[in-house]
Design a binder for this molecule. Structure first.
Ligand SMILES: NC(=O)c1ccc[n+]([C@@H]2O[C@H](COP(=O)([O-])OP(=O)(O)OC[C@H]3O[C@@H](n4cnc5c(N)ncnc54)[C@H](OP(=O)(O)O)[C@@H]3O)[C@@H](O)[C@H]2O)c1
Length: 323
């Protein structure tokens, strides 16, 4: 495993990390979740990602129980949560968003479900148009000063809102956001490569990037339809299937087909190749993986070697094939 600094901070996260979205508390049972976390840990992964909204808190419960059961030294791994969407199906106005109240409550609930005394990373899962940014910055600063959160950040915030949070933090000597959690893969590049480009040097922004396989599209598994046991066949994720497969403009399946053809020509599996391409970007602090099976996770870890093996001409070829 390689370890990378989380932006300008001193925190060293594994270049590949592991998250619980869709899988824990849904597709994957407790025993399998424990096996996945154990396999990740055995291969040097030290960061596990979660959120209040994943399976309405159940993903955090499953992860917390598995981590406690594995008895890994608490100072050797990092865990995150995210606040915004709430942890119930129809949240009351105070059960969602980025108000001081919900940021406070969500942090304490995540600590309880994950069975930890502090969150290493805590993200604002989306911008909240109904809460002043200053209120959220103050709320996060309080949690950091109380020792309940070590690093706080944002997820899918516009660059301008991240700048605004830093401005508030500077003006009041508060703790500023350290990292952003954006989607980044060969089919979705603009925010990380263009919108955030000035922020890496200006603010020392770190990134924990999500969906490196575009929910599995870049494995090639959707090239000829939707396999019955796959993510996009899950009834409750029909919205995701439609978003990824039914947008004629985006042509995602065709782009994934072209990508898998290049992978075949290179003689490598498409999944680790797509992840290796993400690792190749130096502004990516960690690539967050998802998996329903240990075999998938092990295959994806091959990305570390592929990132070293290929040169710029190969990365350009992949970009051309998927553009
Ligand atoms: N901040 C945010 O808004 C946000 C949003 C999304 C995700 N995230 C975080 O990022 C993490 C990773 O995102 P993601 O799960 O969408 O990542 P992803 O790598 O794009 O998709 C993972 C899914 O692809 C399939 N897969 C993975 N490896 C495979 C392989 N080698 N062969 C075949 N299929 C394979 C599996 O689904 P099936 O086996 O079911 O097909 C797996 O669950 C999440 O767990 C979460 O922690 C954050």
């Amino acid at each position: 495993m390689q370890y990378r600094r989380l932006g300008a901070s001193g925190l060293q996260l594994s270049a590949l990390s592991f998250g619980a979205w869709v899988t824990f508390g849904n597709q994957v049972g407790r025993g399998e979740a424990r096996e996945l976390l154990a396999a990740a840990w055995d291969h040097g992964i030290n960061f596990f990602d979660n959120a209040e909204t994943y399976a309405n808190g159940e993903a955090e419960r499953v992860m917390g129980d598995a981590l406690a059961d594995l008895r890994l030294p608490r100072d050797s791994w990092c865990v995150s949560s995210k606040v915004y969407f709430g942890a119930v199906d129809r949240p009351a106005p105070t059960q969602r968003g980025l108000s001081r109240k919900h940021v406070h409550d969500a942090c304490h609930e995540a600590l309880r479900r994950l069975r930890v005394d502090y969150l290493d990373l805590f993200f604002c899962h989306r911008p909240d148009p109904d809460t002043p940014i200053a209120e959220t910055v103050w709320a996060m600063d309080t949690l950091v000063r109380q020792g309940k959160v070590l690093y706080w950040g944002t997820s899918e915030w516009p660059a301008q809102a991240i700048r605004e949070a830093h401005k508030v933090a500077r003006a009041h000597h508060l703790v500023a956001p350290t990292m952003e959690q954006p989607q980044y893969n060969l089919l979705h590049r603009e925010r990380v490569e263009l919108e955030y480009a000035p922020l890496y040097s200006e603010l020392g922004l770190g990134t924990t990037i999500w969906s490196p396989l575009a929910s599995g599209l870049l494995t090639g598994k959707y090239n000829k339809g939707v396999p019955v046991d796959s993510r996009l066949a899950q009834g409750s994720y029909a919205w995701l299937r439609d978003a990824l497969l039914s947008d004629p403009e985006a042509k995602r399946v065709e782009r994934a087909q072209r990508f898998t053809k290049v992978a075949e020509e290179l003689g490598v599996a498409p999944a680790p190749l797509a992840i290796a391409w993400c690792l190749h970007n130096p502004h990516v602090s960690t690539v967050m993986l998802g998996a329903t099976k240990v075999a998938q996770l092990l295959q994806n870890l091959e990305a570390l070697d592929l990132a070293e093996r290929f040169d710029d001409a190969t990365w350009s070829r992949l970009e051309a094939a998927t553009s």
